[in-house]
Structures are given as structure tokens and as C-alpha cells.
Design a protein around this ligand. Structure first.
Ligand SMILES: Nc1ncnc2c1ncn2[C@@H]1O[C@H](COP(=O)(O)OP(=O)(O)OP(=O)(O)O)[C@@H](O)[C@H]1O
Ligand SMILES: [Mg+2]
Length: 310
């Protein structure tokens, strides 16, 4: 549904998104997780066609974003991290306004708005002024707004930020419902644990790169105490990856340039055998060390910002 390849975004000399790769399957909820300043919003704004990338390729449902951004806009619903709501409008008028902006005919958009208000549990606020809504209600209204044209891909930038636990649980319920309706959802957060329960796939981003990506199960496996080994090769990294994939004890591989991080099961003896296999195959390994194999540790290892909240 969403393919991002080698995406780069520079602000002047500063690289906010650095050769980022990502793949979101149709119908998935993909958790985009990273510390403040990692590049989540920048990436999402690019996918939402609001920001031009410096280089790289983005495809939404088979459509090349650079070639046909209008077509992409029809397919996506974007909920920004900071959203303005027009204070002098009532809830229904607000949705109606956006519906008309998408060219939806009057009777139909009223019907859609009714359904959406029910979905986000705001039916009884139809005639309330938007500025009288609580923050959580405004967030739900924004979610309804970005669904008005029935998009297939939702891009939600920290939709639950600033919400109390009950409101967060409600948002999660709505997201599950949207998934049941067949939507694909890309959702960002800097709180890993919060997303892990609803996401099919999680990508952790730091300094503009996706540093680890996998299904929640794969990552949970790591939490269950698998060994994670990081090593660096001088060259032949592709051959090393191929070789590692053939090893039954290796359950996951993350590659960043010449550094490989692998998750594996097995004793230290077996680990030594693994290293020996690499060396016997002329892979020039120049460092090889174990890191603690739990998710938090991986998160802290792969990100470097001290403000990370887990
Ligand atoms: N318009 C801009 N001009 C210059 N630098 C920018 C601009 N927008 C973002 N940046 C920088 O790009 C980096 C990535 O920012 P971004 O907003 O994408 O991060 P984020 O992952 O969404 O962070 P947060 O969790 O705080 O929302 C940051 O270092 C930020 O300062
Ligand atoms: Mg952000």
C-alpha cells in the first residue's frame, strides 16, 4: 500500500530524513516510532504530499507520488500533529466544509458525516461549536475529518498525544474498527508500548532512518530474551546477509551500511560457530559483540536521544 525507498529530506544542510526505507502492506496498522526530532512528521508530511522530498521514491497504492500527487491525495487521509479547527463552526458544519472541499455532493456528505460522527462517538455533539469540544473530542473530530473522502491509507501523526488513558483506549478502539473496515494505517508515536498492542508492524526511526522494522511478534520474540549480536564487516555485506539468512539460529537481520544486527537463538557455543561460518566464508568481520536482546534495549541502542519515552 505504501512503499518508501531511499527517501531523503534536507532542510538546508540538515538531513531530517536520511535514505529511509519503509513498506506498509495493505490492511496493516504500521507503528512509526521514534524519539522527538527523529523525522516522523517530516516523512508523514512528504507522504501526505505537503512537503517535497529532496530525493527518493514514494508510492501509494501503486501511484508514484511525485508523478501524480493529486491521485495520491484521493487515496490518503492525513491527520497532522498540530491541527487547526475552525472555532466558529459547528461540528457538522466542519465536516460538511471538508466534504465539500473534496467535491462530495451535499446529501451524500451529510450521510457520511453522520456515519463518521457515530464512528468517533461524537453524534451527540453534532450541533456543538468546535471550540467547545475537549482536546480529545477535537482529535476524534479531526480523525473523522480525514476519513470523509473514504481514503484507503490513513496517516495519523501522534493522534493520541495529550490524551488521558481512557481517551487513548477509545482511539485504539476506533483504529481497530478502521482496520476491520479494511483501511491501512500509518501511525506515529514516541511511545513504543502504546502502539505495540494494535500494530501489525513496527518501524523504529532515529535520525531519519528506520533502524529496525518487523512484525510485533518478531520484536516481542526479542523481548523474550533472544540474543542480539551486532557486527561490522569490511565489505561483502550482501554476501554476509545471504549467508546469515541460511542459518536456522538467525531469526532477524537489520542492516545499516556495513553494520549488521542479528537476532538469534542459541548458546554461546553456537554463536561462536556462527562467527566461524562467516569467517570460513571469507566474510571480513571486524567486530562482533552481543547486545542485550530486549525491545527497550534495542530501542535505546538504535536511538540515541535521551528523551526517549518507553
Ligand atoms: N521546517 C523545518 N526547517 C528546518 N528543520 C526542520 C523543519 N522541520 C523539521 N525540522 C527538523 O527535522 C528534524 C525532524 O523533525 P520531525 O518534526 O520530522 O521529527 P518528529 O520525529 O516528528 O519529532 P516529534 O516526535 O518531536 O514530533 C528535527 O531535527 C527538526 O528540527
Ligand atoms: Mg512529529
Amino acid at each position: 500500500m505504501l512503499v518508501i525507498r531511499d527517501l531523503v529530506k534536507k532542510y538546508g544542510n540538515f538531513t531530517a530524513v536520511d535514505h529511509l526505507n519503509m513498506h506498509v502492506e495493505r490492511g496493516q496498522i504500521y507503528g512509526f516510532i521514534g524519539p522527538n526530532g527523529a523525522g516522523k512528521t517530516t516523512t508523514m508530511r512528504i507522504v501526505a504530499t505537503l512537503l517535497a522530498p529532496t530525493s527518493g521514491y514514494v508510492e501509494v497504492d501503486g501511484v508514484d507520488l511525485q508523478k501524480d500527487p493529486i491521485k495520491v491525495r484521493e487515496k490518503i487521509g492525513y491527520m497532522p500533529d498540530f491541527f487547526g479547527v475552525y472555532d466558529n463552526l459547528k461540528v457538522m458544519e466542519y465536516l460538511d466544509f471538508y466534504g465539500s472541499a473534496y467535491g462530495i455532493e451535499y446529501a451524500q456528505r451529510r450521510r457520511i458525516a453522520d456515519d463518521l460522527l457515530e464512528l468517533v462517538d461524537l453524534s451527540d455533539k453534532k450541533d456543538a461549536y468546535v471550540d467547545t469540544l475537549s482536546r480529545g473530542m477535537k482529535q476524534r473530530l479531526c480523525l473523522a475529518r480525514c476519513l470523509i473522502h473514504n481514503p484507503q491509507l490513513l496517516i495519523l501523526d501522534e493522534p493520541a498525544s495529550g490524551m488521558d488513558p481512557r481517551a487513548r483506549a477509545e482511539i485504539k478502539g476506533i483504529l481497530k474498527e478502521l482496520k476491520r473496515m479494511g483501511k491501512t494505517i500509518l501511525i506515529s508515536s514516541h511511545i513504543l508500548a502504546e502502539l505495540s498492542e494494535i500494530c501489525d508492524c513496527v518501524g523504529i526511526i532515529d535520525r531519519g532512518k528506520v533502524v529496525i522494522q518487523g512484525s510485533v511478534d518478531q520484536i516481542v520474540q526479542r523481548m523474550a530474551g533472544e540474543t542480539v549480536v551486532r557486527f561490522r564487516v569490511l565489505r561483502d555485506v550482501d554476501r554476509a546477509v545471504k549467508l546469515l539468512k541460511e542459518q536456522p539460529m538467525v531469526t532477524g537481520i537489520v542492516q545499516e551500511d556495513l553494520v549488521l544486527e542479528i537476532a538469534c537463538k542459541g548458546t554461546d557455543e553456537e554463536l561462536w560457530n556462527l562467527l566461524r561460518t562467516l569467517v570460513n566464508n571469507e566474510i571480513p568481520v571486524i567486530s562482533f559483540n552481543k547486545v542485550d536482546g530486549n525491545l527497550e534495549h534495542i530501542f535505546m541502542e538504535v536511538t540515541s536521544d535521551e528523551e526517549v519515552v518507553l
